[in-house]
Design a protein around this ligand. Structure first.
Ligand code: 7RM
Length: 523
């Protein structure tokens, strides 16, 4: 989350290179997978970065990823451009420079050295409207991330227009979106949308609770932020500390508040509106996806009467509808699959190098409609309420991941025979991971194993996927055809006793046993 990241994106756009940004919290494994999929030729990274008090050696992670790519004999990367960030920007000198930056002089180049010799001007490359702008990976239900591809003209038009209307942009605004640029929200509403409008933005490298829990409020006061866009998970986290940390700061500059990433519970909405916005600022609850490029369901501030927890109505040109299991459109009140009837300029164009997967994932279940994968309810006033993912996806602090990808990491542990992951509601994160693991014969389930398994998932996917609960499952509930019944596991994780129809279960005894051993407290 440093200015050089934004420069790099814009530089790519200018020379017609396709960027593919990878969140700095990802493991070398995940980075390698994305490099291979995108067939990248240049890797841009930094020496290191602080996340709170933790120093992350980014260059080392990058090197490990490149090494893994080479092992797979598919390294396309010829140069690694390294930004001197930690070495230059942390409090004075060597004492603080705790990093050893590994260096390969054939491949690695320092950013500041190349920049010194670069010309001041660079002619833009003229592109076709439908040429690619970037690839951004998002979790897919088979575990392998999908490279969502966006194109230059439609995406830029859509992000710039939604930014302007949804945040009611004025030239004297100071806008702050707290998202990470490694996520689509950062692409669309830190880089492209605001900059296409010439907006003044705050770019924040840090976490909400460091060095103190009033960090956000302090920044809002310091820069007189007028438009503030964040995630329900951050709101829920900060809510825990009460009003006191806010009362020290002047938040009177705020005009509009926005949320994105997950359904916002009415409690958190009220707190955001009353305590942060002091009851004066409309809250725009913006529903959209990596795939949609920009907001698709959202209020327009001060124009749309709000209902806490509802993303309200479609943006201009977007035509949502709700289908039942048979693909029939529901009229009026009802709940079902959220789909869109027509494309809009910012919709993704393909899954990179896998157009078939694009068609299968989004257009096959209900021909003629774009399938979001979210459940949705429409109330009597026509308001849309997102009910969450209906496929096997998990949403932890606004980060989407599939059960399959976490399960794949769990089963890499030599003692684990099988694993199934479900979500369980979490006060702050929205959802957290509840994992059932079946051990191989003769392996013992103990504290040491739980720690090993957790560490493995962190290494394979990243800290965001760290399991909160790990339960020993001598057997998993399965259908006769061998499919794990996650619905039942979800109910066990949540201690919901009324299990409904168990007739498809191969062995109903399994359920009782799992209930008797369920985890009350986090691992
Ligand atoms: C922007 C982003 C997409 C998924 C989406 C939903 C969930 C996002 C909201 C929301 C309820 C919202 N892209 N989601 N925004 N659910 N209300 N306002 O998050 O590709 O990372 O995730 O996030 O499930 O399908 S994403």
């Amino acid at each position: 989350m440093i200015p050089e990241l934004v420069y790099t994106m814009l530089a790519c756009a200018r020379i017609g290179a396709v960027h593919c940004i990878v969140f700095a919290g990802f493991s070398s494994e995940s980075l390698c997978e994305r490099i291979v999929d995108a067939q990248s030729s240049v890797l841009v990274t930094a020496d290191g970065v602080y996340r709170g008090e933790k120093l992350i050696n980014l260059k080392q992670i990058a090197d490990e990823a490149l090494e893994k790519c080479r092992e797979k004999a598919s390294s396309s990367v010829t140069k690694c451009l390294v930004i001197k960030h930690h070495a230059l920007r942390t409090k004075s000198g060597a004492a603080c420079n705790k990093l050893q930056t590994p260096w390969d002089s054939d491949c690695d180049v320092w950013w500041d050295e190349v920049m010194r010799d670069s010309p001041e001007e660079c002619e833009p490359e003229w592109l076709d409207a439908e040429d690619p702008l970037f690839i951004l990976h998002t979790s897919g239900s088979t575990g392998k991330p999908k490279g969502v591809l966006h194109t230059v003209a439609g995406y830029l038009l859509y992000t710039s227009l939604t930014f302007k209307y949804v945040f009611d942009y004025h030239h004297d605004d100071v806008y702050w979106c707290t998202a990470d640029i490694g996520w689509i929200t950062g692409h669309s509403y830190i880089t492209y949308g605001p900059l296409a409008n010439g907006a003044t933005s705050v770019l924040f490298e840090g976490i909400p609770v460091h060095p103190h829990v009033g960090r956000f409020w302090e920044i809002i006061e310091k820069y007189k932020v007028t438009k503030f866009y964040t995630a329900p998970t951050a709101i829920r986290l900060l809510m825990k500390y009460g009003r006191e940390p806010l009362q020290k700061y002047d938040l009177s500059s705020l005009r509009i508040l926005g949320t994105v990433g997950e359904p916002i519970n009415p409690d958190a909405w009220q707190w955001f509106h009353e305590v942060v916005g002091q009851g004066r600022c409309p809250v725009v609850d913006t529903f959209w996806q990596t795939e949609t490029g920009g907001h698709v369901l959202t209020p327009l501030p001060a124009a749309t009467p709000l209902k806490p927890g509802s993303a309200t109505f479609p943006f201009f040109g977007v035509e949502p509808t709700i289908l039942n299991e048979h693909g029939e459109e529901l009229e009026g009140e009802g709940e079902g699959y959220l789909v869109f009837r027509r494309p809009w300029p910012g919709i993704m164009r393909t899954v990179y190098r896998n157009h078939e997967r694009f068609e299968n994932t989004y257009f096959k279940k209900f021909p003629g409609f774009y399938l979001t994968g979210d459940g949705c309810r429409r109330d009597k006033d026509g308001y849309y309420w997102i009910t969450g993912r209906i496929d096997d996806m998990l949403n932890v602090s606004g980060h989407l991941m599939s059960t399959a990808e976490v399960e794949a990491a769990l089963t890499e542990h030599p003692a684990v025979a099988e694993a199934a992951v479900v979500s369980r509601p979490h006060e702050v994160k929205g959802e957290c991971l509840y994992c059932f693991v079946t051990l191989k014969d003769s392996r013992e389930f103990n504290h040491k194993l739980v720690e090993e398994v957790k560490r493995l998932v962190r290494e394979k996917i990243g800290p965001i996927a760290t399991p909160d609960f790990i339960q020993n499952a001598p057997a998993l509930p399965k259908t006769r055809s061998g499919k794990i019944m996650r619905r039942i596991l979800r109910q066990i994780a949540r201690n919901e006793k009324d299990l409904g129809d168990l007739s498809t279960l191969a062995d109903p005894k399994v359920v009782e046993e799992l209930f008797s051993q369920r985890c009350e407290a986090a691992a």
